[in-house]
Write a protein that binds this ligand. Sequence first.
Ligand code: ADP
Ligand code: MG
Length: 219
Amino acid sequence: MIQLNSASVTYKGKTALSDITLHIKKGQKLALVGRSGSGKSTLLKLLYENQNKLNKNAALIPQEYALVQNLSVFHNVYMGQLGRRSTWYNLLNLIKPFHEPVTQVSDILENLQIKDKLFEPVHQLSGGQQQRTAIARAQMHDGDFLLADEPVSSLDETQSQLVMQLLCEQFETVIFSLHDIDLALKFCDRIIGLDHGQLVIDTSTDRLNRSDLLKLYEK
Ligand code: ADP
Ligand code: MG
């Protein structure tokens, strides 16, 4: 489904990822783990760009959410499916939302426990509520492939478990970047460990234990 062959990324001459070879199969739930700065976001972006080049539009939850702060939660979430409708429908819906998309967005927000924020502007929300808005926008997206960059970093333990469960149920193939290794071990079947831009672990979860992963953070 996705293949990288000796991929490298540099920022202004500084290597962020080096020599990454990776084959991701449909149906996998994959976690990218590693210290801050190890290259997780860079790898996710590279995978996202590769998918877009192939016209396989993947859903994305970026690390910094990329929400329009002055627009409501509804409008931000609705943007997840702009490509599905005509420009006229989208413009009219922006001015006076139609019943159908409001119901659809409300249902997603209800599961994420932020339905009461439907028409609130995003800048009035807490960090965790903004993160859930970005999650809802990805859930509005068509398709069965998701790339999620630390999607639960601002959520509490119970919410994190709930969101991981929802995303794993909705999307057939998911690549998460996660700093919580317990979530990675619980929800993912394959773990990729990055260290200084290099791929140092690529194993199925059942062959790994917690202490193998903790070593990534010790050095
Ligand atoms: P992670 O997501 O694991 O924290 P990143 O992929 O964000 O790591 O970063 C990997 C490396 O690339 C880091 O050393 C970081 O400083 C560098 N980097 C990331 N984005 C940029 C950028 N836009 N410009 C320059 N350097 C960057
Ligand atoms: Mg990152």
